[in-house]
Design a protein around this ligand. Structure first.
Ligand code: NAP
Ligand code: SF4
Length: 667
């Protein structure tokens, strides 16, 4: 079904069983006390699921290259034995695995940071020290030494991290390299560090060991590399002994989204395609590839030789196996939300996955057959109810799922209608197929009553939330007012001037939906973010006109201070920048006075003001839906309340789905 994706790749000294690379992703287990055992289970499950080659999260080749003070290193004899559990587990399942070597350079979050020059990164706390020649030579040796140790630990290769703005990238670009010696100045000098690392590594590991180099093909920052420079380096890397070139897109400090859900699928494969004809070793493409069809299309059209996916393997360890067994409809697709993976890592927490809470918790959350099969009712087919019902049925329980609407999905059905969030559709598709596969009895258009539930052994109340109604003079009489749920669900047309009450995640989504241009192709998206597809400008960026919407939108909040960022740490800035680019006016620290024919009356900094809105959208959070709550005490001992029905404040799908799965594992 996916002939190109499943075709083996012969590297001469070794063969990969297909064209799928599980890209490097930091999970937080690298630093965990018994993390290597957990990592072994995590990678083992992906190897068992058929991934051709796995790349670990980044390990520093020395002390000063650590990203955080407690980040993991791989540089000593003791690491060899410790990591064998990982390599042996992956090999046991027929997989291959490479260790990523990452020196953070000026991105290091500690005062011992080193870089090509002492130029502080805009996203770092500390200015780096400029590396002495001795430190440069020692760092080259450290990379090679770590690679040798990785080989001894049983790894099949290493990936040398030369992109995303980390140390090697900092040497390559004049943005961060202001040296006058043989390591700076001309491009030839600036790429010397990368090439010496590869040469030294190849000398240490011999010819039969995979060396992947993650090459920054599109820096997306000023004073980044030009296309000619990227090609020159790619060719030099090939001569220096690299086995595979992986694509890197964008430095971490770039002001362009590269992997968030708003980024169109496979939005950067054209970059790999441009570089590929200039080298004869295989090249790997990546970024926002999350389905076997997209991967197959990329490979079939010759854009790349391999496809790297990282987050899709958090979402589903069996992605490859399901694709190869024509069970694509059962793949739990990564929706690009970052909410449980990168957002967690940035908060110093262990990564997991919104759609698959078992990811990185393989040793703790195990789905095993139930001791005793029970009859269980689940009320509500939103994310929490779906996750709970299908996991319960997988364990052997007899499950009935009651949904008052005519279809499943709950809040995800709203989310998928927000431009850039269409991926939520995939999760609904996945659960619809899981319902069939696990044998859950689905009762649509059925509002569960107490009498219906009486006979069940256990009752799970996952009845969700409804929009909060707010008290405001004139609100009930005004025809201008609509709540976000009605607006999205019924596609209510809005006027030219729109006031959005509430600037949480949903207010931001609504403002973005209202101002979204009608037609938006990949080319438009690249243009909006200033990406130069011809790659004739350094870093692949060009000055571009701001995309201003023709609508006047006010996004409003009573609290003072920052707003419009949305809840996600790694995506909030994208929402904010998008709204700014579209001219959305964000007002905070105000009070709402009333609504009448003139519009929405507010008080801001002591001044009364009328926003002459044609439409007022209320996005003021949610309240729990708890049907026949007054009778719940009659179900004592067998009633379990999860998701928004349990607690509507700060509701998010990560919590809802996790709660559903955790409960299902216990019952
Ligand atoms: P929210 O984040 O709780 O925001 C509610 C907004 O309504 C706040 O801005 C609040 O600000 C305002 N508000 C609350 N009570 C009000 C009242 N009585 N009158 C007027 N304004 C009122 O809720 P949400 O935006 O509905 O989002 C719900 C959840 O969905 C969030 O927790 C979020 O995690 C999730 N979500 C996530 C994303 C994402 O991209 N990751 C996107 C959408 C939603 P003031 O009280 O200061 O005015
Ligand atoms: Fe993908 Fe979201 Fe899961 Fe991260 S949390 S792996 S982005 S679905």
């Amino acid at each position: 079904m996916y002939p190109h994706l499943l075709e083996p790749l012969d590297l001469g000294f070794t063969k990969l069983k297909n064209r799928v690379l599980m890209g490097s992703m930091h999970t937080g287990l690298e630093e965990d006390k018994s993390g290597l055992q957990k990592l072994a289970e995590f990678y083992g499950a992906r190897a068992k699921g058929g991934v051709g080659l796995i790349v670990t999260g980044g390990f520093s080749p020395n002390f000063r290259g650590r990203l955080h003070p407690f980040s993991a290193q791989f540089s000593k004899e003791k690491h060899v034995n410790a990591h064998k559990v990982v390599t042996e587990t992956v090999h046991k399942h027929g997989g291959k695995i490479a260790l990523q070597l990452l020196h953070a350079g000026r991105y290091a979050m500690h005062p011992l940071a080193l870089s090509a020059s002492g130029i502080k990164a805009p996203i770092a706390k500390f200015a780096p020290f400029e590396m002495s020649r001795r430190q440069i030579n020692n760092t080259i040796k450290d990379f090679a030494n770590s690679a040798k140790l990785a080989q001894q630990a049983g790894y099949d290769g290493v990936e040398i991290m030369g992109s995303e703005g980390y140390l090697i990238n900092q040497f390559i670009c004049s943005r961060t390299n202001a040296r006058y010696d043989e390591w700076g100045g001309s491009y030839e000098n600036r790429i010397r560090f990368a090439l010496e690392i590869v040469r030294a590594t190849r000398r240490q590991v011999g010819s039969d060991f995979i060396i992947i180099f993650r090459l920054s093909m599109l820096d997306l920052v000023e004073q980044g590399s030009t296309f000619e420079e990227v090609v020159e380096l790619a060719q030099a890397l090939e001569s220096a002994g690299v086995t595979l070139i992986n694509t890197g897109i964008g430095w971490h400090e770039a002001k362009v989204p590269t992997i968030a859900t708003q980024v169109p699928r496979a939005a950067f494969s054209w970059v790999t395609e441009k570089v590929k004809p200039h080298v004869s070793i295989p090249v790997i493409t990546c970024n926002r590839i999350n389905t076997p069809e997209d991967a197959e299309r990329i490979l079939a059209s010759g854009q790349a030789d391999m496809v790297s996916m990282a987050r899709p393997f958090l979402a589903d360890p069996e992605f490859v196996r399901k694709a190869s067994e024509s069970k694509r409809e059962l793949i739990n697709t990564c929706i690009g939300c970052n909410q449980a993976c990168l957002d967690n890592v940035f908060k110093g927490k262990r990564a997991s996955c919104l759609v698959n809470p078992i990811a990185c918790y393989e040793t703790e959350l195990k789905i095993t057959p139930a001791d005793k099969a029970k009859r269980i009712a689940v009320v509500g087919a939103g994310p929490a109810g779906l996750a709970c019902a299908t996991t319960l049925a997988e364990r052997g329980h007899e499950v009935e799922l009651f949904e008052k609407n005519d279809r499943i999905g709950g809040q995800f059905r709203l989310a998928m209608q927000i431009p850039g969030k269409e991926e939520f559709r995939e999760t609904i598709r996945y659960f619809a197929n899981r319902i069939d596969q696990t044998g859950v009895t689905l009762r649509l258009d059925t509002e569960a009553t107490k009498d219906m539930l009486d006979s069940f052994d256990e009752i799970v109340m996952a009845s969700g939330v409804e929009p909060r109604k707010i008290q405001l003079k004139g609100i009930d009489e005004s025809s201008k007012v609509v709540d976000y749920q009605t607006l999205i669900r019924e596609k209510v047309p809005v006027g030219e001037r729109v006031a959005v009450i509430g600037a949480g995640g949903i207010g931001v989504d609504v403002a973005s939906m209202i101002t979204e241009p009608q037609e938006h192709t990949l080319e438009d998206w690249l243009h909006d973010w200033g990406i130069d597809k011809s790659m004739s400008h350094a870093g692949g960026l060009y000055p571009h006109p701001e995309s201003i919407s023709d609508k006047q939108v006010w996004l409003l909040q009573r609290k003072k201070g920052r707003m419009g960022k949305g809840p996600g740490k790694t995506t909030g800035w994208i929402h904010k920048r998008t709204l700014e680019k579209r001219g959305v006016e964000m007002l905070s620290g105000l009070s709402y006075e009333n609504i009448d024919d003139k519009g929405l009356h507010i008080k801001l900094a002591g001044q009364e003001k009328v926003l002459d809105a044609d439409t007022v959208v209320v996005c003021a959070g949610q309240e729990s839906v708890r049907p026949f709550e007054d009778k719940w005490q009659q179900f004592e001992g067998k009633l379990h309340v999860i998701g928004g029905a349990d607690y509507a404040g700060e509701l998010d799908a990560v919590r809802a789905i996790r709660q559903g799965v955790e409960l299902a594992i216990k019952l």
